[in-house]
Design a binder for this molecule. Sequence first.
Ligand SMILES: Nc1nc2c(c(=O)[nH]1)N[C@H]1C(S)=C(S)[C@@H](COP(=O)(O)OP(=O)(O)OC[C@H]3O[C@@H](n4cnc5c(N)ncnc54)[C@H](O)[C@@H]3O)O[C@H]1N2
Ligand code: MOO
Length: 406
Amino acid sequence: MISVEQHLTRILETVKVIRPFEQGVLDAQGCVLAEDVTARGSLPGFTNSAMDGYAVHAADVVGASAEHPVVLPVVNDIAAGNTNALSLAQGQTMRIMTGAPMPRGADAVVVVENTDGGVVKVAIRAASVVGQHVREVGEDVEEGVVVLRRGTLLGPGQIALLAASGVSRVRVVPRPRVVVISTGDELVEVGQKPGFGQIVDSNSVMLTAAVTSVGATPYRVGGVADDARTLMDTLEGQLVRADAIITTGGVSMGAFDTVKEVLSRVGTVQFDKVAMRPGMPQGFGVLGDDEVPVFTLPGNPVSALVSFHVFVAPALRAMAGRPEPSFPPGYVPAVAAESFRSVPGKMEFVRVILDDDRARLAGGQGSHMLGALAAADALAVIPPDVVEVDEGDSLECLPLLGRDGQ
Ligand SMILES: Nc1nc2c(c(=O)[nH]1)N[C@H]1C(S)=C(S)[C@@H](COP(=O)(O)OP(=O)(O)OC[C@H]3O[C@@H](n4cnc5c(N)ncnc54)[C@H](O)[C@@H]3O)O[C@H]1N2
Ligand code: MOO
């Protein structure tokens, strides 16, 4: 029996960051930059107005007030998108809209609310100062500076910055492509009615969703029968498009545990008992010339999802260039709302419902029990040396869903 940390360490020492690849900025969402990116142009690219109002020489409106407005002739209108380079003479004004280029000579904008809104001449009812409501060229980003560093995770804000500063394609670590295969003669496809002795292949849809939830790209193969030739052919066929492969089922002590039988003969997959519950029978290694990592998860659905969170998700993040700072990854603190027992010598992952920070059992803890799994918000992680959790004890929990249900 090996520990959870030992198994995870072997996995993280084996997987490699995927080779970077140039992508359009939108396709790069959720990916990590593989290069420093410099701005092709300045932001703003030209000095422009921050408000709707009137471009002025600030010196012309010194002392303007509601009681003593300054009246100026309006000599032009400048809308956003106006591409003419205009000049404003002293003693004049131009109507200007937010984002429109400032005319040369103007050094301030008086907001329309502080005027009578005139279009031929305008009464300005408030003084201004040089630079007021003006966005200077390059004040946000200067052309040629590094706007984003290698290693940055690209979200909507970063993608906007790239696009605005003239960058349409970037080298990123691509999303891992993950093939999901479930095994077992008892499986029927989702949507089909299982006969006696059969079950719906829920693992492959569950793990497909889990792969998506960590920002990787799943390819669901679905159920493969417990036949060594079929499984081997399937694995070989999938290797070409896979950065990683996940299988479920067929890894314990059964007489027809095909995954174990097949993968014991090829590649480097090593099968271990890991001191955890659920999820004890685990296999991991690499397969094929490209050394594709293969995770063989146990067939019990709760065991498979717990294994995904504990082993596969950190590996996929590392492959995507987003390694976790430490183990355990992303734990949140909670307090036990009730007492329960934990199995000695194994790290236990208890399905719990969190009310604020109070954790209560989500229901039956059998590794086949999808009802409690679906009711749970998190896995309370009970260390191997803890056999009794008392109400009020501190707990570390691994959230099952992100804030947006992913
Ligand atoms: N004699 C022993 N028996 C078992 C041991 C053991 O150490 N000695 N370990 C148990 C533990 S713990 C687990 S976990 C399971 C793991 O079994 P396998 O990975 O070999 O998986 P299967 O036997 O194929 O299936 C187990 C269980 O899960 C259901 N299943 C399988 N695939 C799916 C799927 N795609 N969707 C939904 N449900 C699935 C399957 O019907 C079984 O009920 O072994 C214990 N036995
Ligand atoms: O260790 Mo198995 O994964 O509980 O049911």
